[in-house]
Structure formats: structure tokens, C-alpha cells
Design a protein around this ligand. Sequence first.
Ligand SMILES: CC(C)(COP(=O)(O)OP(=O)(O)OC[C@H]1O[C@@H](n2cnc3c(N)ncnc32)[C@H](O)[C@@H]1OP(=O)(O)O)[C@@H](O)C(=O)NCCC(=O)NCCS
Length: 415
Amino acid sequence: MGVDIRLVEQSDEDLTRWWRARSIGYLSGTQVGEQDLAYLREAMDPSRTWGAFEDGRCVATFRGFTQEVTVPGGRFLASAVVSGVTVSPTHRRRGLLTRMIEPYLRRAKESGDAMSSLIAAEYPIYGRFGYGPATWLTDFRIDTLRAARPGLPAEPDDGGRVVLADLERIGREGPELHERVRRIRHGMVTRPPTWWKRATGEYRLTESVWQEPYCALYLAQDGTVDGLVAYTGREVWKNGVPDSVLDVKDLLAATPAAERALWHYLCSVDWVTTINAPSRAPDDLLPLLVGDARAVTPTACSDHLWLRPLDVPAMLTARSYQAEGAVVLDVQDKDGLASGRFLLEAGPDGASCVPTGRTPDLTLPAAALGSLYLGDESAVRLAALGRLAEERPGAAFAADTLLRTSRRPWCPDIF
Ligand SMILES: CC(C)(COP(=O)(O)OP(=O)(O)OC[C@H]1O[C@@H](n2cnc3c(N)ncnc32)[C@H](O)[C@@H]1OP(=O)(O)O)[C@@H](O)C(=O)NCCC(=O)NCCS
């Protein structure tokens, strides 16, 4: 009997089968609770949520929706998300993912989406579908005793203040703050209402153990909420002295003053000797904000947001450029979605990108353009790896001058 790929119905029965299949793929349990279904109903786009069914059982899942990605310069570009991808162990490597993602990308292209985005559970899965890693994350561990040397101010000295906040206030103030922060940091993505409902415990899914976080806000001198932190704590004692640990869940700052004040606040919580701060930008200010930068150790570094170009001119004209210049890109795409030769003429005041018959400067696969797009990857590096070809000496260096950004892109969210 064949495997039938179809849209998931809104009935409890279909949603339960879909969620259970997803949990089997993610090894996150087989229980499906009422909260899971309520969350799924709110989060899913019924016109873009598919399941693969065989003998009445769901054996593969796939969820699409639209998110905005902040591109260099601060504009938001709509992107077709790939999420909730699983294939049950009984059906792996039979082409089910391919059968779901290829038509999805074709439809996204037809409906005018400039690109597609996802977070890859494993590095080797999505390159073949034209995606390249575009942002990276660093996990930091802070030794707070060392961080405090030669002495951190316990309170902001800029007229602002840090106040504790309950989850109700975070649910109210957080989304607006996030909107401000994502305008100034490329790589960030939309946080839908369901993201905040999970963060504040309104939805408690069976796949994760809920622990209510402590939360604090940074208020600027005029009372504006410029920063937010959510963290959990673990009480630990060693040889009669406190050795407790904080785990940062979220830290957003709209200004450097807020960022400084919130890290100083965390580093001065009594009893705490270790802070785990995962999912920060690789160029986070944190190490240089504390008294001794060596108190902040990177413990992990991993690729995070992957991009797949669909409309090259739309992507390249949406972002800004720090330098003036021109480059001819020959984009090669085995699926034909982003192929073409394009002349990009760009500068701080804007860019044009049009099809051209000129000799290319660089020939590159769509996945390489996905990696270069937010300014994090280097064309010189990709040339050295043989992942793009320089058709003219120095073309990769010239492309980097145009495309790279002074701050690295950052996307802390899982979606
Ligand atoms: C990753 C996953 C969805 C792949 O589904 P699938 O139906 O087995 O994939 P396909 O059969 O369409 O594979 C297409 C190609 O990708 C390769 N591929 C698929 N998953 C891969 C992986 N994890 N690592 C390396 N290659 C992989 C296949 O070998 C195949 O290559 P081929 O065309 O050269 O033979 C599935 O293994 C799974 O559910 N894993 C656990 C959950 C997970 O990681 N989900 C992804 C979340 S982002």
C-alpha cells in the first residue's frame, strides 16, 4: 500500500496522529495532551501542514508557514519556513522528505516568497535542497566570581534600573521589545504569539518540562522597557558554600546600556557562581562587558538559521550594503528555482539586481548564496573550500567587501 501525502485535517483525530508522528521523529514522547492540540491549532497554517499517511497511521510530518527575517539594514523579508519535519524510523530514506519539501519550495517560489528558512536538526540534511547555513550561535558559560573582577556595578550607573517582572508583564511588554530589537539586528525572525505563550507558560507542551523562569526588565531613565531577561536557577551547595547555577532562557536588549545592565544584574545574583548563556551571537558583547573577559568561555558553537534563495533579485535588493560596488553572480540551482546570472550594483543608498548577459565574477550554488546573504560567511572562505568559483582573480574578496556586515547576524529562536 502506498504512502499518501496530504494536508492535515483540523479534527482531533488527524491532529493527534500528526503530533504523535512528530514526537516519534523528535524522540519527544508519544503522549498527546489537550495543550499540544490547542497549540498546534493556533500555530499551524492548515494550508501548509502536511502528513504522510499509510494504513491510517501518520508516518511523516511537515509544516510550512511564513516568517519575516531581518536582513542587513533592518528590513524584514518574508520567508517560507520549513518546520516540524519528521519521518518515522520505519519509513526513513525512502524519499518522503524529498516528496514533501520539493513541491513546497516550488509553491513558495510561485507565490512570490524570496527565500526559505529553517533550522537544521542535522547538518547534512538540507544542503542538497539548496539551503546554506547563514547564522551561527555560541553558548557561553560565565564564571561569575572571575567576571566580577575588578568589580561590576551592582546597579546600572546610567540612570536606568533593573526591575523584577512577572510572566504576565513579560507577555505584555516582551513582544513590543522584541519588535524593536529585531529591527536593529539582522538574522532575527518574527516571534508569533504562540512563541510568547510557550515562553510564559500559557502553553505547556508534553514534550518539555515547564519550569517557571525568573524575569527582569531593564527600564531606561524615562521608563522605556529597553531590555528583558528570563532565567531559571538551580540551588547548589559545595562544602558549605553556595555554588548555584543560572540558566539564561532569553535576553533581549534594545540598547547597549540595557545589555550591559542585564548581564551585570545576572553576574551579581547572590549564591551564583556559574551562568549558562546559550544561543548568543558569536560576536556577543558579553565577554567584553564583564570585568575579566576570560570569565566567559564559549562552550559550543553551531550553525542555526539556514537560508534557501528563491528570488535572487528580491533578496539582494532588500538588504543594505556598507560599501559601493558591483558583482556579477552566476547562481546555479539544480532545482531551477534560483538559477540565473545577475548583476548586483550596490551601495549604502540602495541596490539594483537584474539579470545580465555579462561574464560572471563568481559562479556559486544557491546554497552558497544562502550562506553569504546575511553577511556572515565569506566568499573568500567558500572559494578556498571549492564551494564557489572565482571567474576573475580577486572577485571573492571584492564580493566580501560588498556583502559582509560589521555585526554578525543573530537568530536566537527555535521555530
Ligand atoms: C531527516 C529526515 C526527515 C529525513 O527524511 P527521509 O524521508 O529519510 O529523507 P529522504 O529519503 O527524502 O532523503 C533524501 C536524501 O537526503 C539524505 N538524508 C536524509 N536525511 C539525512 C541525514 N539525517 N543525514 C544525511 N543524509 C540524509 C538521504 O540519504 C537521501 O540522499 P540520496 O538522495 O543521496 O539517497 C528523517 O531522517 C528524520 O525524521 N529524522 C529525525 C528528525 C529530524 O532530524 N528531522 C529534521 C528536523 S530539521
